[in-house]
Design a protein around this ligand. Structure first.
Ligand code: SAH
Length: 358
């Protein structure tokens, strides 16, 4: 069975290295080239493990498409690349391109770049977007992005990147890692000296308190920020997360739309962590970029006119469709649903770009 194969690979690695950092564990579980979670399946939608905003309502991708078109105009209507990081099924990009089709000059100025590691999802994306634009390409990493101005979209991308955890102990900050318990025959956490990899200080932390760092998220943001600083453009990042004070242990496993064991299902559950938006904005500011937010997803969508768009759609819908439109919008915007936990930031290369919604 695939799960056992991945568990064996993890156990072998632990046997040779003593323990695995949580980031190495996440990387193996999510992205192992043969048995990783994203490599082996399409996790999205009702029959999958979780649902994302573009899968809930077309309004989400449509409004983002119009957001991109407005940014493009402020950038001087020049030739640019439209980039999506981790596009899932390609639904957001398909809705964004459909909604912005009414601006043919925008489409004519664009090349579209989908950054995706999972061949399975890239294939699904291809089928969903191939008719929406003549120039769409797939890239494995952000390093391959074209050297020109870019408009970058990332929805629920950064939460899927591996994190490290550190815990305050009586011996200072130590790293929380994963090891194998032979007696109980299961994976478990252990604490090891943190070495020099500690990203944040331990000022004011109580014993037992956990903090997280996201080295891959920061290095991807660094590449994007350097790119925007050099060639110009903007980025829009939407995800669940926090800004400011570290939030302790936010690592979670999700399977069949519910929480699952983090160590009990390697490769069989989605593993994510809340996004530290202030850390991402810090990286952007180091490159002298402008940052906007964080604001909540509910507020962002309201300012972009989500309710007005829903009213327009409702006019041409039957009763059943009307209910779907309204309940989708409620899920995206209501504070107790995705409206408040999900946050939005924008990053721009200069004050000539005033991103809508902030
Ligand atoms: N943005 C989509 C999907 C979110 S799921 C939506 O809103 O529906 C996370 C996506 O990120 C998946 O497509 C996954 O394959 C991709 N992904 C995860 N790690 C990645 C990485 N390091 N580089 C590129 N894509 C990655």
């Amino acid at each position: 069975m695939e799960q056992n194969t991945l568990l064996t690979i993890i156990k072998d690695k632990i046997a040779s290295e003593g323990s695995l950092s949580i980031s190495d564990y996440m990387e193996l579980c999510l992205a192992h080239p043969e048995y990783g979670y994203y490599t082996t399946r399409d996790p999205l939608g009702a029959t999958g493990d979780f649902t994302t905003s573009p899968e809930i309502s077309q309004i989400f991708g449509e409004l983002i498409g119009l957001w991109c078109a407005a940014v493009w105009q402020q950038m001087g209507s020049e030739a640019c690349g439209l980039v999506e990081l981790g596009p899932g099924r390609g639904t957001l990009m398909a809705d964004a391109l459909r909604a912005s089709k009414s601006l043919p000059e925008f489409h004519a100025s664009l090349t579209v770049h989908m950054v995706e590691t999972s061949p399975k999802l890239a294939n699904t994306q291809y089928h969903n977007v191939r008719d929406m634009h003549p120039h769409i390409e797939w890239l494995d990493t952000v390093e391959q992005l074209p050297k020109k101005p870019l408009i970058i979209i990332a929805n629920e991308f950064f939460d899927a990147l591996p994190i490290k955890q550190f815990v305050k102990t009586e011996n200072g900050m130590q790293e929380r890692k994963v090891t194998w318990n032979e007696t109980n025959a299961q994976l478990e956490y252990c604490i090891q000296p943190a070495g020099l990899s500690l990203a944040k200080g331990d000022d004011g932390l109580q014993e037992g308190q956990i903090i997280e760092s996201a080295p891959l998220a920061r290095s991807i943001m660094h590449i994007l920020a350097t790119h925007l600083a050099t060639y110009g453009g903007a980025a829009l990042v939407i995800d669940y997360g926090y800004s400011g004070v570290p939030h302790g242990d936010t690592l979670q496993a999700v399977k069949s739309h519910g929480f699952a064991s983090i160590l009990g299902n390697p490769g069989e559950a989605d593993l994510t962590a809340h996004v530290d938006f202030s850390s991402l904005m810090e990286v952007a500011k180091e490159q002298k970029l402008n940052t906007y937010g964080t604001i909540t997803q509910g507020e962002f969508l309201r300012k972009l006119g989500a309710e007005i768009r829903a009213q327009l759609l409702i006019r041409h819908a039957n009763e059943e469709q009307q209910n779907v439109i309204l309940s989708g919008l409620h899920r995206l915007m209501a504070p107790e649903q995705m409206g408040e936990l999900f946050k939005v930031i924008a990053i721009t290369s200069g004050s000539h770009i005033m991103p809508a919604g902030f």
